[in-house]
Design a protein around this ligand. Structure first.
Ligand SMILES: [Zn+2]
Ligand SMILES: [Zn+2]
Length: 386
């Protein structure tokens, strides 16, 4: 089964939507224009219910199949937000707002899920209910979590959820997926080290906070290298070291360290938090200083459920002839929050040989639309056959 003919017909229309979104990028939760267009189109398609303002600017649409006997409800999710990047594609449809850009292809994701919604509302060739979910603030802000916190899954009775992201470097319109842990948990930390400031020529009358903080940076390298099973994945990076004085002759009272932790399982994540806290406070105490650690939990590990992953791969194989095994990604993805609440799967669709996502020359390739839309439609028609 190749791509659905209907999506070949709809390609010019869906491409026009995608390029309009691309020209008008919006950041985080400020996706007012995009969400407004999404809601208007869902109503035009004849969706049975359209709700705006879930997760601030999220939109939810409901499409009921021609049969309802199965009682099944499937959620399909796309993201709508752009990035604070100056676009350098030179494309005719380039961003009209300097400093904002659809550099992660969420314009394509939104357009593809709209295309699938149009088809599903036309045909309704399934037994059950589809809930299409358009979320803001995937690129930081956790819009998916805010939607879940507002009762997305319970309110619409969603039983399983599916997500899709384009991927440069993967052949255009092909698919790749991975069962289990797929995208990393992305935590951050801020460490405030306080010693005793003073004159740099009288170090014996101070507790040198810079020396203490430097020992902490070195000690933190042992979390990944000494506390952790080397066959598993863990990144601990200190990314900022800031003293409160620029002077040559002052020992500062405070130093602030910042960094990020990337993990692939809950056990490693908990271990990293515990060891970072213990090392910071212990090292500081040994020097007579104090370290205050703020460990900020970001997106959790995104875990694909076995049954839904196998099913998603089977659908992708029918469309594209194959579904490749995807590697682990140490980046984060806030679809993880939805997969924490319901079983489901997240798949990658190839964007071909383009610049990487988040690069100023990246652009979503519209020729991936028929494959992406077909995957959405087939997920529904095969999971809930009429
Ligand atoms: Zn991104
Ligand atoms: Zn993205």
């Amino acid at each position: 089964m190749p791509v659905k003919n209907r999506f070949a017909e709809l390609l010019p229309e869906i491409t026009a939507w995608r390029r309009d979104f691309h020209e008008n990028p919006e950041l985080l939760f400020d996706t007012h224009r995009t969400a407004g267009i999404v809601a208007e189109k869902l109503r035009d398609f004849g969706c049975d219910e359209v709700t705006e303002g879930i997760g601030r600017t999220g939109v939810v649409g409901v499409i009921r199949g021609k049969a309802q006997g199965s009682g099944k409800v499937i959620g399909l999710r796309a993201d709508m937000d752009a990035l604070p990047i100056f676009e350098a594609t030179g494309a005719e449809h380039a961003s009209k707002t300097p400093g904002k850009m659809h550099a992660c292809g969420h314009d394509g994701h939104t357009a593809m899920l709209l295309g699938a919604a149009k088809y599903l509302a036309e045909t309704r060739n399934f037994d059950g209910t589809v809930v299409v979910i358009f979320q803001p603030a995937e690129e930081g802000g956790g819009g998916g979590k805010v939607m879940c916190d507002e009762g997305l899954m319970e309110r619409w009775g969603i039983q399983e959820v599916y997500g899709m992201h384009n991927m440069p470097g993967l052949p255009l319109g092909s698919f790749a997926i991975r069962e289990g842990a797929f995208f990393a948990a992305t935590d951050t930390f801020r460490i405030e080290v306080e010693g005793l400031g003073g004159h740099a020529a009288k170090p014996h009358e101070t507790i040198d906070t810079t020396v203490v903080a430097a020992q902490i940076v070195t000690a933190l390298q042992t979390v990944a290298s000494r506390n952790h099973d080397p066959v598993k994945n863990l990144v601990v990076s200190v990314t900022s070291f800031r003293t409160e004085s620029e002077a040559f002759n002052v020992i500062p009272q405070h130093v602030e360290l910042k960094g990020t932790v990337r993990t692939m399982d809950a056990e490693t994540r908990a271990m990293a938090e515990k060891r970072i806290t213990a090392l910071c406070t212990g090292v500081a105490e040994a020097f007579g200083a104090v370290a205050r650690v703020e460990y900020i939990k970001g997106y959790p590990v995104m875990v694909n459920s076995p049954e839904q992953t196998e099913f998603a791969a089977r659908v992708a194989t029918k469309i594209a002839g194959d579904c490749a095994p995807a590697p682990l990604v140490m980046g984060g993805e806030d679809f993880a929050f939805m997969l924490e609440e319901r079983p489901g799967a997240y798949i990658l669709v190839g964007n071909g040989d383009t610049a990487m996502v988040h690069h100023p020359k990246y652009d979503f390739d519209d020729n991936a639309i028929p494959a992406g839309c077909s995957w959405w439609a087939e997920i529904v028609e095969q999971r809930m056959p009429a």
